[in-house]
Design a protein around this ligand. Sequence first.
Ligand code: GLU
Ligand code: ZN
Length: 491
Amino acid sequence: MANGSVRVRFCPSPTGNPHVGLVRTALFNWAFARHTGGTFVFRIEDTDAARDSEESYGQLLDSLRWLGFTWDEGPEVGGPHAPYRQSQRMETYKDVAEKLKDAGHAYHCYCTASELEERRDAARAAGRPSGYDGKCREVTPEQKARYEAEGREPIVRFRMPDETITFTDLVRGELTFTPENVPDYGIVRANGAPLYTLVNPVDDALMEITHVLRGEDLLSSTPRQIALYKALTELGIAKEIPSFGHLPYVMGEGNKKLSKRDPESSLNLYRERGFLPEGLLNYLSLLGWSLSADKDIFTIEEMVAAFDVADVNPNPARFDLKKAEAINADHIRLLDVKDFTERCAPWLKAPFAPWAPEDFDEAKWEAIAPHAQTRLKVLSEITANVDFLFLAEPAQDEASWTKAMKEGSDALLRTAREKLEAADWTSAESLKEAVLAAGEVHGLKLGKAQAPVRVAVTGRTVGLPLFESLEILGREKTLARIDAALARLAS
Ligand code: GLU
Ligand code: ZN
């Protein structure tokens, strides 16, 4: 599709922390807008004062920026349909609700919660549909007077047409909803507060949204919105009914829907662990879509060039952290070294780094960075991989110590020290020869011979390539650490 008039929207509610499901929705909308040369509208659905917060609003903007999504209309950017925060559009909703009521598309419903519940239970018991039964569709002036005398405060309810609603979902194909499954629904609370059911389609109409791409959890609201849309069209408020596409569920652990309450769904977690935005977006794009069967790693530009909502797979997608990390590791490798070193910066200082700022050595860092770049899954792993360079003593991992320091390790370490002392410290190869030779003296292959050296010098059994690490750390410190290990072994 190449249609400059595509208008999509991303319209989260600022409640809680942004989660990966939300990011996937933003990504698909954004990619669709960019692919079609359309407009990406960012709208904040903050009509629920009890649940919305400024903090969460700030986080949403910050998250979109971190991900690299630019919006063509929305908060801080403005646009022809401003304001883009629903809390600033209350007059509009009030006005539309009035018009819907005046035209007979909506009515006052005086039923109390307990009355509704009673009738719902009775309907269920009789095997009838349990949604709203339409009782207040026709309220006589006498009834109305009586209700009001009783102090009842009505909600506004939308009158669903008594007809079947069919639409072609962009992802799922043709879907049909019969009237008994889509009862009349509330659009304004008794206290006058408009509900999501009203404000979301009203804004989609006023903002001339052409394609609504959103999670499958919202599928049941679509027939209602289509009916409301038709009413708005009749009133001259809406131009045309948008197309809808419902993105598949994302399943987490144990094949349960990933919920925003699951800790692994929090976007902040991925940021703090050092996912690259490009790695995370590459992974999230695979939740319901793919570039091609044999290409899992791609740039956002490649995704934009290829993305079409018609290719979204309706089946539930499984969130796989291991795969997300593997893809992120590939994106880390794709960075140029300078970019990589800059992106690691947050993890090379407090609160992540355990060394004092003055002990950080830029030259050592630049020397080790290329060796780290090919080995990290997430950037936060950098800290533990390079701490041996900046700490006065290695952060000794006791399990590593026990594993590496065996019977005879002291003899091996002594020989290794001698050979290293005599080695050429301008070449990692020479340091390798030294440890290899020490191993030969004790009948040990390189792997076995280097383990105690690595633990003595870095504090861990696993890490970056050892001989390059030693070379960068330097002769004096390496020898001193082997001495310290020998002293510990002797005590
Ligand atoms: N504010 C709604 C939500 O975050 C928007 C849903 C929609 O895309 O229609 O769930
Ligand atoms: Zn009622």
